[in-house]
Design a protein around this ligand. Structure first.
Ligand code: BEZ
Length: 389
């Protein structure tokens, strides 16, 4: 009897050892690569996306499709030159099951290329580079945020409807800013206005003074500017310090005042912006999300937190369809393509090109809130722009 018990114990121990070492079990965890900016002018955006993502996962008991998660985190520094190496490490060295990133459109382009070349699953929780859901689209690349030109188009129409006739645009000279101001110009001029000057400075410079002097001399009816994160804080404050906000209204995509109002204070008051989110979006999901986020992180969420949350919500939909086995790619993507998400921004679905379909709100800064004062474009659907899926 004693000998049998011994033998059984030995067998159980051997079995346990074999199972722990088994690659099949090691694969049971889902490996998520977070490639986001954690330093530089977009650091706050990367942190908010990470927080939002992890909040949605926490609401699933910390699991994805029932499996535990290993995170591999990379600070991309919003530096396009370092992006190919960073993303290839995640794909080839760390062997992640899915990559979530990033904020900066230039970095995202390198990520999209690597994802295409290696057939890696990529979820984009911010970068709005238009071509990623256009000619660069792919079955394995999905965006839960926005396209850069969309908020610009919405604000161009708002500005033309307000009767402004002349505008100056101002942005960092890179894809996101150029597509945002390009969208504004297209809609503003369609509505009868004229963009009299398109000003730029290199990313992420914040020496705005010479540009503010030029704006004062041009004296347009309105200024449309694209900046985000630390750069947006400084620009809005410099614009007010130069006294320009008293005579020339400053408008922009919501990134100009999102997650920044605490620091911008008085300088941002009354500003109009367009975006797919605003603190006061009135739905039960937003109320619950804001309460949970504030409880977890002791800060108010912003649009970037929402986008991170939604990237995780979409991934959860995909992972649940395959019980966490993200290797079943076709089923994962199909579940994501057909998901109807209850987002804090409102209902969220995807176009065929994997771009979000959502409302774009008109917002006005009141105190520390981007108050939603209307819907600028209902159910905006990004045009396929040559995407063939
Ligand atoms: C972009 O690079 O696509 C981007 C960065 C910050 C806010 C919005 C867009």
């Amino acid at each position: 009897m004693k000998r049998t018990t011994h033998a059984l114990r030995a067998l159980a121990a051997a079995l346990a050892l074999a199972l722990t070492a088994s690659p099949a079990l090691a694969q049971d965890k889902v490996k998520v690569g977070l490639m986001l900016p954690y330093t530089g002018t977009y650091a706050a955006l990367g942190n908010a996306i990470t927080n939002g993502f992890k909040l949605a996962i926490a609401e699933q008991g910390g699991k994805l499709g029932g499996r535990d998660i290993d995170y591999v985190t990379v600070d991309d520094e919003s530096e396009p030159a370092k992006a190919p190496e960073n993303v290839n490490k995640l794909i080839k060295r760390d062997n992640v099951d899915v990559i979530v990133g990033t904020v900066h459109s230039g970095v995202a382009m390198a990520m999209a290329k690597a994802a295409k070349d290696n057939n890696a699953l990529l979820l984009i929780p911010n970068a709005g580079e238009d071509s990623i859901t256009g000619p660069m689209c792919a079955p394995n690349i999905i965006r839960t945020s926005f396209t850069n030109s969309a908020a610009g188009v919405a604000m161009g129409k708002v500005a033309a409807d307000k009767g402004y006739k002349t505008a100056v645009t101002l942005t960092w000279k890179y894809a996101a800013g150029e597509q945002s101001t390009g969208g504004f110009k297209e809609a503003f001029e369609k509505g009868g206005g004229k963009v009299v000057k398109e000003l730029t400075l290199p990313f992420p410079q914040v020496e705005f003074q010479p540009l503010l002097t030029e704006i004062a001399a041009l004296n347009p009816d309105v200024v449309y500017a694209f900046f985000a994160g630390g750069g947006a804080v400084k620009f809005v404050k410099d614009y007010a310090a130069a006294g320009l906000n008293k005579t020339i209204p400053l408008v922009g995509p919501g990134f100009l005042t999102d997650g920044t109002l605490e620091a911008q204070g008085e300088a941002a008051q009354g500003m109009l912006t367009t975006l797919h989110y605003g603190e006061g979006v009135n739905n039960p999901k937003n109320t619950a999300f804001r309460a949970a986020y504030t409880k977890a992180y002791k800060v108010e969420p912003d649009v970037y937190a929402v986008q991170g949350y939604d990237a995780a919500q979409l991934l959860i939909a995909g992972a649940n369809a395959v019980k966490g086995d993200l290797g079943k790619r076709a089923d994962v993507v199909k579940a994501m393509e057909t998901a109807k998400l209850d987002s804090p921004r409102g209902p969220l679905a995807l176009t065929k090109a994997h771009a979000p379909i959502h409302d774009i709100y008109l917002r006005k800064v009141e105190g520390k809130e981007n108050k939603v004062i209307g819907v600028a474009v209902k159910n905006i659907t990004d045009p396929p722009r040559g995407c063939k899926l």
